[in-house]
Design a protein around this ligand. Structure first.
Ligand SMILES: [Zn+2]
Length: 412
């Protein structure tokens, strides 16, 4: 299985050639950057969870050398070299992989628009270890106030597709808010993924005129959660909605009453009229309680503000796009955090943190692509994404092969 994975990523994403572009700034390196980066990437692919575990794997004969070559680094040196790697090289590689999937028509949609979601996420915290880019907060432990250090990032990913594609990530610097880091991230995403998407979905933090205008200037639409702090816009919308009949939407166990109106001018400083969508939802959820299943009624109230006119995105699709934003928490961050060690601190150094994250994103996109696009449906039903990693590890031990990017090209 692991050989098949290597052949697949090499054929589809030109993996062997692209990894030559990953560089670091060591003088006279003993072990090639490629071997070190591959050790980090396969740590994620094989779900080894820590540099210690990779170190153990690297010490076993006839294992990791099949993937990274004969010069094997220690776990410590992987961490050290990740601090020195050029982040742009790794980011560009992720960008090329995502674009290749789009070019290969793997991101087809019936939707009139494609969306990305933007959201903040805390990686890890510590009360003793810190670096000069740590964020800090005061917390109370045993009645004593102590300082906690932590790292937080903003990430952007494509929503509404069966492949969860992370596009990019940006650290939040000490003393700045999430939206400032978000703008830096989105500016780069606009440049690197200009034709990849049409709109951005964010939470209430992003409902501010500078962010809306910034997106409008780049010819992208925005959907943001409307919170009560935006009282005037919400009051205006409430006033109009009282005079309107809601659209009723029924889906499985969910019933939603939806109000949708455009043309609001009450969002100060925004260079466009705003559309507001409100939904009151009732959903019957089945939950396991003790030995039995019980049904519980959940009620939710949603408000969104957007620049998208209804002739481009009708009510139901706007409602769905607003909900899809939660993909970033439900799929990407939860999934990557719970199963793929996104929140683990492999090396507490600002550059290494982002390099490991981008490498994880590459590993995650490659495994998903292999799982969804290369494995036949009958076989896929037997293997989850996680069990694929177990299969990889087993086949790494038992298969006699060398990854295709380590095979020298025949002399011509
Ligand atoms: Zn730090």
């Amino acid at each position: 299985m692991i050989k098949r994975f290597c052949d697949y990523i090499n054929k589809v994403f030109n993996f062997g050639k692209e990894i030559q572009n990953i560089k670091d700034n060591r003088e006279l390196p003993e072990i090639p950057t490629k071997s070190i980066w591959l050790s980090g990437m396969f740590m994620f692919v094989l779900r080894l969870s820590s540099l210690n575990a990779v170190d153990t794997e690297l010490h076993l004969p006839k294992r990791m050398e099949k993937l990274i070559g004969k010069r094997k680094p220690s776990g410590d040196s992987i961490g050290r070299v990740f601090t020195k790697m050029d982040t742009d090289n790794i980011r560009n590689f992720l960008c090329k992989i995502n674009h290749k999937l789009k070019r290969n028509k793997r991101l087809k949609t019936n939707w009139p628009m494609r969306f990305v979601a933007i959201d903040g996420h805390e990686l890890f915290s510590s009360r003793c270890r810190c670096c000069d880019k740590c964020l800090t907060r005061k917390i109370t432990v045993n009645d004593e106030e102590v300082i906690e250090y932590y790292h937080r990032v903003v990430a952007c990913h494509l929503i509404g597709f069966d492949l969860a594609l992370p596009l990019d990530v940006e650290p939040i610097q000490p003393g700045e808010g999430e939206v400032i880091a978000g703008k830096r991230l989105i500016e780069r995403v606009f440049k690197n993924y200009s034709k990849f998407f049409d709109g951005i979905v964010g939470d209430g933090l992003y409902l501010e005129a500078p962010f809306f205008n910034f997106c409008i200037k780049h010819k992208k639409h925005v959907i943001a959660v409307l919170k009560s702090e935006r009282r005037i816009l919400m009051q205006d919308a409430e006033g109009i909605f009282k005079t309107m009949k809601p659209i009723i939407l029924k889906e499985k166990n969910l019933t939603a009453k939806i109000w949708d109106c455009e043309g609001f001018e009450s969002m100060d400083g925004v260079n466009k009229k705003i559309r507001v969508l409100h939904s009151e939802e009732k959903e019957i959820k089945r939950r396991r309680k003790g030995n039995e299943w019980v049904e519980e009624l959940e009620e939710h109230n949603w408000w969104w503000a957007t620049t998208i006119p209804s002739y481009i995105l009708p009510t139901k699709l706007l409602w769905q796009a607003g909900h899809d934003r939660w993909d970033i928490e439900n799929d990407l961050f939860n999934d990557l955090g719970n199963h793929w060690d996104m929140n683990h601190c492999f090396k507490h150094e600002p550059n290494a943190i982002i390099n490991f994250l981008l490498t994880l994103f590459i590993a995650f996109v490659l495994i998903q692509s292999f799982h969804k696009l290369n494995i036949k449906p009958q076989l896929r039903s037997k293997f989850s994404l996680i069990s694929i990693a177990i299969q990889f590890l087993t086949s790494l031990a038992s298969c006699n092969f060398v990854a295709i990017w380590l095979v020298p090209l025949p002399a011509t």
